[in-house]
Design a protein around this ligand. Sequence first.
Ligand code: FAD
Length: 292
Amino acid sequence: MKIRDMLREERTISFEFFPPRAADGIPGVLDTVGELAAYCPSFISVTYGAGGSTRDFTERITVQAKQSGGVEVMAHLTCVGQTVDELDGVLGRLESAGIENVIALRGDPPRGEEQFTVTEGGFRHASDLVRHIRANYGFGIAAACYPEGHTEAESLERDLEYARLKVDNGADFLITQLFYDNNDYFAFADRAAAAGIGVPVVPGVLPVLSAPQIRRFTALCGSKIPAKLDAELERLAGDDEAVRELGVEYAARQVEELWAAGVPGVHFYVLNRSYSVSKILDYLALPGHTLG
Ligand SMILES: Cc1cc2nc3c(=O)[nH]c(=O)nc-3n(C[C@H](O)[C@H](O)[C@H](O)COP(=O)(O)OP(=O)(O)OC[C@H]3O[C@@H](n4cnc5c(N)ncnc54)[C@H](O)[C@@H]3O)c2cc1C
C-alpha cells in the first residue's frame, strides 16, 4: 500500500533501521523488525549507505520484510555515487520485488569525505531524484526536511524553498530530521504551511541511546540538544543504562506532545534496537499500536 494513502486514513507510526556491515548481520536486523512488528507499525524503512555492499543489504532487508507480508516498507535511495542508469537499476529491482514506497534523498557523503560530490551522469539534489521517480515509476515518494535547517543550507528560507521543490516535483510527504525541541518542529510545520507545502510533515524522533552517540549525531546533522537535556546527559555521564532510560522518558514526552498536537504520524529512528521504542509505545498506548 502507498504510504500517502495510509496518511489519508490514519496517523502513521514507522520505524527506521539501518543495514548491517556484513551479510551475517541481516537476520539480526530482520529479527528486530519482527519484534517491533508486534506494535503494528504503518511501515518500516531501511537506510541506504554511501556505497559498497551495505546497499545490497538494504535492498535485501527491504525486499525480505515486504515479502514476509508482515509489514509495509519504504526503501531509502540516495544520489551518492550513482548514475541515473544505476539508480534506474535499483528502482527497477525494487519495483519488480513489489516495493511501493521510496524515500528519495541526496545522501550524505561517504565516510572520510567532507562534501557531497555529484556523480557524472547522476543527480545533484534530492528534488532531481524525486522528479525522475515521479516521471518514470509508480512509487509513493517521501523526501527529507529539516526543522532546524540543513547543515549546508544558505538560510532557513532557502532550505524551505528546496523542501517545497521536492513536493512540487512529486513528494507525497516529508519526514523531518531528528530534533529534541518540539517547538522547532511546530515552527517548521507552520512555515511549511505558509510556504504552500500542503503534504504531511511527519516528525522524526530518535530516543537518545548514549551520550557520545547523540553528541556525534547532532553535530553531524546540525540539530541542537536543548540545554536541559544536555545538563541531564552531563549529570548521568558514564551511566549508560540511566542515559538510555532518560532517552526513553524524553522521547516519550516529546511524542506525547507531538501526538496531542495532531501530527500526521511519528517516524522513529530505531537504530536497530527495539528496547527504547517498545518502552515508549508501551507508555503511550496509541490505539492500534499496542501489544495485543
Ligand atoms: C528521514 C531521513 C532519512 C534519511 N535517510 C538517509 C539514507 O538512507 N542515506 C543517507 O545517506 N542519508 C540519509 N539521510 C540524510 C540525508 O541524505 C542528508 O541530510 C543529506 O545531507 C541531504 O539530503 P536531502 O535529501 O535533504 O538533500 P537535498 O534536498 O538535495 O538538500 C541538500 C542541500 O542542498 C540544498 N538544496 C536542495 N535543493 C537545492 C537546489 N535545487 N539548489 C540549490 N540547493 C539546493 C538544501 O538546502 C540542502 O542544504 C536521511 C535524512 C532524513 C531526514
